[in-house]
Design a protein around this ligand. Structure first.
Ligand code: ADP
Ligand code: MG
Length: 217
């Protein structure tokens, strides 16, 4: 029903972490969730298959000609399809962006993250021009350290580049790292609150068919 693509050409920016947070948290709420791992390292697929904590339908697909038919097929039988993409330039990423209702661009607090977020945003605009429709895009600040000079600097730089950010920041929290070893998304504390706040914003943007109150545990 809804397709969210997580993309940025910066490696290690938090794409897979964000895809885990979204798919795990939404599946936990009882929605039908599918994920497509379009990265060579297939970290998202490994996470889903190794732990199997949530009923997430997981597919791996690197072939650019197969991404859109696969996403559309999964969207017919699921409430949400999340596509995790590679950091390196791949045609599959362009098509994953082209079929998305929302593109989320994770960005940490470094210059390279901002540069690659801007490049990825340009790629989204090109895909939008190609498909002749707007593609909703938001930057997600992650591994975030509040009240630091660099955080303020990155936020200003993103604004100068004309990049819109979600209001929710995913802070640098150990719970987001533990998740990679346990297979479970945070269920309480600051990390869970941030995950829920992020999803409420996605709902408000119209990119997730769920009443936002259902995300408040
Ligand atoms: N909000 C966060 N808090 C703590 N660590 C984070 C956060 N976001 C990402 N990371 C860490 O950053 C590293 C890279 O993240 P990953 O999601 O694998 O990036 P990508 O998929 O873009 O290559 C991982 O070690 C991950 O645990
Ligand atoms: Mg990844």
């Amino acid at each position: 029903m809804s397709i969210i693509t997580v993309a940025t050409s910066k490696g290690g920016a938090g794409k897979t972490t964000l895809a885990q947070i979204i798919t795990g948290t939404v599946a936990k709420r009882g929605l039908r969730v599918a994920a497509i791992d379009a990265d060579y390292n297939h970290s998202l697929a490994d996470w889903v298959r190794t732990f199997g904590r949530y009923p997430i339908t997981i597919e791996t697909e690197l072939n650019e000609t197969k991404i859109i038919p696969l996403a559309e097929r999964l969207a017919e039988t699921h409430d949400l399809v999340v596509i995790d993409t590679a950091g390196a330039a791949m045609q599959a990423t362009v098509f994953a962006i082209g079929c998305a209702d929302l593109v989320l661009i994770p960005c940490q607090l470094s210059s390279a993250d901002v540069v690659e977020a801007a490049k990825t945003s340009h790629l989204v605009q090109s895909a939008a021009a190609m498909t002749r429709q707007e593609i909703l895009t938001r930057v997600v600040l992650t591994d975030y350290q509040a009240k630091t000079v660099v955080a303020g600097h990155v936020e200003r730089e993103l604004e100068v580049c004309g990049l819109k950010t979600l209001e929710t920041r995913l802070h640098r929290l150990v719970a987001f790292k533990e998740m990679t070893f346990t297979g479970e998304v945070p269920g309480e504390g600051a990390a869970a609150a941030q995950a829920n706040a992020l999803l409420s914003e996605v709902v408000a943007l119209g990119a997730l068919p769920l009443p936002s109150k259902e995300l408040v545990s």
